[in-house]
Design a binder for this molecule. Structure first.
Ligand SMILES: [Zn+2]
Length: 677
């Protein structure tokens, strides 16, 4: 491990317009928490910094939708997120927020320094302005028709129907969401950070000096730099945010992506007067844990800000994870497709470590990964219960059974005992190596190897068989088993802190430091351990079925919300309707039309004659299965040739929003030729 004097570890600031879900946890907060817990166990000087990101347009939109102030929105979610993290054991040294006074001061000062140094360029651009509301409009505040797919409720930054990202000026018939009026283009002046000016610095700093970064991070940076960087606006016309602290900037605030990362610095100021040591001393290792959507901000924009300011250190590493999916589908806040942390904590009481374990074991470290409830259950039952819980329970229960809960003395060690003890230090080293290279899945797997080692040791030595014949041997076996348990209590602590605490309590000891792992005499002979209870409980099918049912309900709700009903047609007089001659008919024959995937040729008895109809229903019906079916048929439609066949009428079908067709049939058998009116 490199010799840094101290560590400043940041976790991406969650955006305060919704609760935290498993995707956030797996991508950012759990790996960062494991890392800092490990550093603390090594007695390193470390600060773990986070807080809510509370500015930006989506928060103002949510506030408008609910008819409340943006402050009400961020207060609600900040409180909720902070509590969920605490209950989940995410061990921040501070969880603050970007609406704090100290952050306003810090961010303003930061901007002012760059402004005074001439690091920004000023540019006048055209932006939509709502004359009725008297304000400029963020792209999200404008709706209109998408030029690509004609969706008439596309947003100024994106069409959610076809997924194209747009500029507000691309929209046809733009409308302000605030007043509903048509906005006009007006000149507006903004400050830009000329990223292009810093390309040489980035090429050296990232592409040459940081080949150690994760390949997904390095690759994304390289592609950004190779494409060529553009100046990026650092201000916005908006009434929610930190005012741009220069003259003539009325109505302008710092762009949320300029202000948010400075939040790490502001929040550090709230923890310690010595904050400068963590941000300005080259002896500090700065590490940003983020999701892949934040790579450009943390690897390119923020470092440029820090470098141009001049007095700050740059991040040593930016371990970004890919995305976690849920049951094969992208996690989505707007579609409520997520496992929300605050709900999990209610529904799975005292099972924080189970979720920590599953999310770490499945972390999307190198590629997107999937969370499924079946896998959650399997990992709990087959790994936590069957491996870790089982080993610890056997070691403790046997000690109580044979030696009244006192740690027995070692009699003599055989080769197998010695190998087992030696394996502890090997496992420790492999956990360390993985953690220091930000490979948390691998680290967890290695840590579990110690429990596997314990299980195998007990299974191989079979103290329950030896107790009648060789009590001294059993003493040695249980002593070693308890030493393994004590080692486990520290080795698993970064990953499973609640379980580690329980273990320490069962063993009736004080927690050990990381440096003590590997010792074979952590538990003194004669020491009394406490009565053990189960570390983990089996998770039953019923609990998993409930979660799956909850997701299924969400799916149905989403499907219903998506049904697009076509708008009604214009009114017609009854005389128009009465022109239609619709009858009940029965299908006599049905065959596929050659070389036409969608067409069936039908012979239909309409009571007064048998007619031929070519119908576009072949995708939905097997010809053999619809013979004998009663249908509604429009019999006075002028005949027309379709694929060379004369079609003498039209079958009426109902078509739903997905394009699925069903017959319109009488609900009881009705004689052919009956009129439908
Ligand atoms: Zn579109």
């Amino acid at each position: 491990m490199e010799n840094f004097k101290r560590y400043c570890v940041t976790a991406a600031l969650p955006y305060a317009n919704g609760p935290v879900h498993i995707g956030h946890l797996a991508g950012v907060y759990i790996p960062a928490d494991i890392y800092v817990r490990y550093l603390r166990l090594k007695n390193k000087d470390v600060l773990y910094i986070c807080g809510s990101d509370e500015h930006g347009v989506p928060i103002t939109i949510k506030a408008r939708d609910e008819g409340v102030t943006p402050q009400t929105i961020v207060d609600r979610f900040h409180t909720m997120i902070k509590k969920a993290f605490e209950d989940f054991g995410i061990s921040f040294d501070i969880y603050s927020r970007t609406t704090s006074k100290i952050h306003y001061e810090t961010a303003s000062e930061f901007f002012k320094t760059l402004y005074d140094k001439g690091e920004f360029i000023e540019k006048t651009t055209k932006q939509y302005y709502d004359e009725e509301a008297g304000q400029f409009l963020a792209d999200r505040y404008i709706t209109g028709t998408c030029p690509h797919c004609n969706n008439d409720s596309a947003y100024g930054d994106q069409c959610e129907k076809c997924g194209t990202s747009l500029s507000a000026t691309d929209l046809i018939n733009p409308k302000s969401m605030i007043s509903g009026s048509q906005p006009v283009l007006r000149d507006t002046r903004h400050w830009f950070l000329p990223l292009d000016k810093h390309e040489d610095f980035l090429k050296k700093w990232i592409l040459e000096d940081h080949k150690d970064w994760k390949t997904n991070v390095y690759g994304q940076c390289k592609s950004w730099i190779d494409q060529g960087l553009q100046p990026r606006a650092v201000s916005r016309d908006l009434d929610w945010g930190i005012p741009v602290p220069v003259e003539g900037a009325k109505g302008k605030v710092l762009y949320v992506w300029f202000d948010a990362p400075i939040g790490y610095i502001s929040n550090t100021k709230e923890v310690t007067k010595n904050w400068k040591l963590y941000w300005k001393d080259p002896g500090t290792k700065l590490v940003h844990f983020i999701g892949k959507d934040n790579i450009v901000f943390h690897c390119i924009i923020f470092p440029i800000m820090l470098k141009t300011e001049g007095s700050y250190i740059l991040p040593d590493n930016v371990p970004a994870n890919e995305f976690l999916n849920l049951e094969g589908d992208k996690i989505s806040t707007s579609r409520n497709w997520a496992v929300w942390l605050h709900e999990y904590l209610e529904e799975f009481k005292d099972k924080q470590d189970v979720l920590r374990y599953v999310l770490c074991a499945n972390a999307p470290e190198t590629k997107d990964n999937d969370f499924t409830w079946k896998d959650f259950q399997a990992k709990n039952n087959n790994e936590l219960v069957a491996i870790l819980g089982n080993f610890v329970n056997r070691a403790l229960v046997l000690t109580h059974k044979y030696f009244e809960g006192k740690v027995p003395e070692i009699d003599k060690l055989d080769e197998y005992d010695k190998d087992t003890i030696a394996a502890i230090i090997k496992i420790k080293k492999s956990v360390e190596n993985s953690l220091e290279n930000y490979r948390f899945r691998e680290a967890l797997k290695s840590a579990m190897d110690l429990a596997r080692l314990g299980n195998k040791y007990l299974a191989d030595t079979e103290p329950w068989k030896l107790i009648k014949t060789d009590e001294n041997r059993v003493k040695t076996i249980l002593n070693i088993s308890l030493q393994i348990t004590a080692n486990l209590s520290t080795l698993i602590a970064p990953f499973l802190p609640f379980t580690a605490e329980k273990l320490v309590d069962f063993l009736n000891i004080n927690p050990f430091q990381w440096s003590e792992i590997g010792h074979e005499n952590l538990m003194r002979a004669g020491h009394n351990i406490k009565e053990a209870s189960l570390l983990f409980e089996k998770i039953e099918d019923k609990e998993i079925d409930e979660q799956l049912a909850k997701l299924e309900a969400t799916k149905i709700e989403n499907d219903e919300a998506q049904i697009n009903v076509n708008p009604p047609k214009n009114m017609i007089p009854y005389s128009d309707f009465s022109k239609l001659d619709i009858r009940v008919g029965t299908i006599l024959e049905a065959v596929k039309v050659p070389k036409a995937d969608k067409l069936l040729k039908l012979r239909i008895n309409t009571g007064f004659k048998t007619c031929t109809v070519v119908s576009g229903i072949a995708e939905f019906f097997d010809p053999e299965k619809i013979i004998g079916k009663q249908v509604s048929i429009l019999v006075n439609l002028e005949p027309r040739k379709i694929r060379g066949i004369e079609s003498q009428g039209m079958i009426l079908m109902a078509e739903d929003s997905s394009g699925k067709l069903t017959f319109i049939s009488p609900t009881e058998n009705t004689s052919e030729g009956s009129e439908i009116k």
